[in-house]
Structure formats: C-alpha cells, structure tokens
Design a binder for this molecule. Structure first.
Ligand SMILES: [Zn+2]
Length: 131
C-alpha cells in the first residue's frame, strides 16, 4: 500500500519546505507552458507535436538556478528522440543547431553562461556516525 504524503502543518519548517517545493513546481509548469507556446507546441528539432512535449533547459537548472524560469533558456523538444538523445546526449550538435537556427537565443546563452554556480554535492560518509 502506498502511503499518502500529508500536508505539513502551517508554521512548521516542514511546511515551509513543502510550500517552497510546490511553488517551484508551479513556476516550472508556467515556464514550460510559455516556452512550448512560443515554439508553436512543436518539437523545434523534428517538428513533431507529441502530447508530452518537453521544455528543455539549455543552461541546466542545476547549475543555473537563477535562469531556471527565463523564457530564453527554454526550448521545446519531444521527450525521447530529441530531448534525451539530441539535447542531452548529443550536446555539441544541439549547440551548433541552436547557433544556426536560434541566433538570438544562442547569443543569450553565451551572455549568461558565466552565471554558472558551484553546486556542491553532499556525500554521505558511511560508517562515521556521531552526527
Ligand atoms: Zn523531436
């Protein structure tokens, strides 16, 4: 049986975290919709318009949290073929495509790429206890 997550009580730390996550999710959805509508609800690479069209972050949101909801940082791609394979696995080719087909977006990427933040991965050290 699946346990249903309960909404934490207002005023608690858990509530703040829950609320922040929810707000981020809502912002993501608005951003994604804006990007997809701008691109005519089509994959910019292959022209297909699947139900689950993705908005891809050109500058990854993990390293560019401040650009997470910038319209210029998004591009519409179909989920598997173009998002996974072209945009993520074939990054160099995708960058060239962007440069040739979306010069204004490419210029934006070049101008903003310095905003990359150091993201430290927190590793759990096993067997050290005491914390
Ligand atoms: Zn596609």
């Amino acid at each position: 049986m699946k346990k249903r997550k309960r909404k934490p009580n207002k005023g608690t730390k858990a509530y703040e975290i829950w609320k922040a996550k929810l707000d981020l999710k809502k912002k993501d959805q608005v951003w994604s919709k804006t990007v997809r509508e701008r691109d005519g609800n089509k994959c910019v690479l292959c022209g297909e318009s699947p139900k689950a069209l993705n908005a891809h972050h050109i500058l990854p949101k993990e390293f560019y949290p401040t650009l997470r909801h910038e319209e210029m940082n998004g591009i519409s791609v179909c989920p598997m073929k173009c998002h996974r394979r072209e945009a993520h696995w074939n990054g160099v080719v995708f960058a060239i495509w962007l440069q040739e087909n979306r010069p204004e977006q490419w210029a934006w990427v070049v101008a903003n790429r310095k905003l990359r933040m150091e993201v430290k991965k927190v590793k759990k050290v096993k067997g050290e206890g005491g914390e």
